[in-house]
Design a binder for this molecule. Structure first.
Ligand SMILES: [Zn+2]
Ligand SMILES: [Zn+2]
Length: 138
């Protein structure tokens, strides 16, 4: 538990150190906004961040925050997210595949020279993003 400023309204609140850094009021708004974007992406899959922003009025910064939180995943490398370690453009989260791999390897303390990092291949025509849904079968 620590006191942090809310990422939406900047008021200080008691942050439980997990989950989005939002005050309880904004947390509810954020959930409602996410639901709007989720609905929109269900009806208009592969929309770009700009399209989502125009259609829903949700600020781009909020969409980027969801990408960083891995609630949304960008299908194409849009260049809006960069690896915090090496600066390479990434799809979601905070680190690129290679840096994640390096960190995981260093963390385990085992180096297998034959292991290659997995590169995500993205098709140029697949501009846009989808929300992460690990349980979605369709
Ligand atoms: Zn707030
Ligand atoms: Zn990196």
């Amino acid at each position: 538990m620590s006191v942090q400023s809310c990422k939406r309204c900047n008021i200080l609140f008691r942050y439980p150190d997990v989950g989005p850094q939002l005050c309880p009021v904004c947390m509810k708004k954020d959930e409602a906004d996410f639901e709007i974007v989720r609905q929109f992406l269900t009806e208009h899959p592969l929309s770009s961040g700009q399209e989502v922003h125009k259609a829903t009025g949700i600020p781009i910064e909020t969409i980027i925050r969801w990408l960083k939180d891995e609630r949304l995943v960008s299908i194409a490398v849009t260049g809006i997210l960069k690896c915090e370690n090496c600066g390479a453009p990434i799809l979601s989260g905070k680190l690129c595949t290679e840096c994640r791999y390096m960190l995981a390897k260093n963390f385990k303390g085992v180096a297998h020279k034959t292991d290659n990092p997995v590169h995500i291949k993205t098709k140029h025509e697949l501009q846009g993003m989808q929300f992460l849904n690990k349980h979605n079968q369709s």
